[in-house]
Design a protein around this ligand. Structure first.
Ligand code: FES
Length: 142
């Protein structure tokens, strides 16, 4: 028996489309360097109702992983600043509003996103670094 070859099912070329993969993995790397990986249902990700549905923040909090979120996940601060070390191409594109808030965050890189606004579509696994300086900054009320 032979199988006909065709394009792989995950060959979508555009960003921020409806998910095509059933599951993907998010790995959170804490400020202390510890990592925790979670399998995510791409169609129905876990949610706690904070941040955009299916956002990095929404998923993290629903799994007991703390990311600071001073404004409650409504894109009005920069405390949820994270770095997407892998899988950034599978995440929603940042809006102008998000860019404006990110401009206020220290340590910006091309991998910087607001966790409450960054929604992975499930086409790639994602690695999220939670910067330690961000947490300290909030706790010290700077
Ligand atoms: Fe304030 Fe994300 S929690 S911008």
């Amino acid at each position: 028996m032979t199988h006909s070859s065709s394009s792989p099912p995950n060959a979508a070329s555009s960003k921020n489309q409806h998910p095509v993969a059933k599951e993907f993995q998010i790995t959170f790397v804490s400020p202390s360097g510890e990592s925790q990986s979670i399998r995510i249902d791409a169609v129905s990700p876990p949610s706690c109702g904070t941040g955009l549905p299916g956002s990095i923040l929404d998923i993290a909090l629903s799994q007991g992983i703390e990311i600071d979120h001073a404004c409650g996940g409504v894109c009005a601060c920069s405390t949820c600043h994270v770095k997407i070390k892998s899988g950034l191409n599978s995440c929603s594109e940042g809006t102008e509003e998000e860019e404006d808030q990110l401009d206020k965050a220290p340590g910006l890189t091309s991998q910087s996103r607001l966790a409450c606004q960054c929604v992975p579509n499930g086409q790639q696994d994602v690695v999220v670094e939670i910067p330690g300086w961000n947490r300290n900054r909030v706790r010290e009320g700077v």
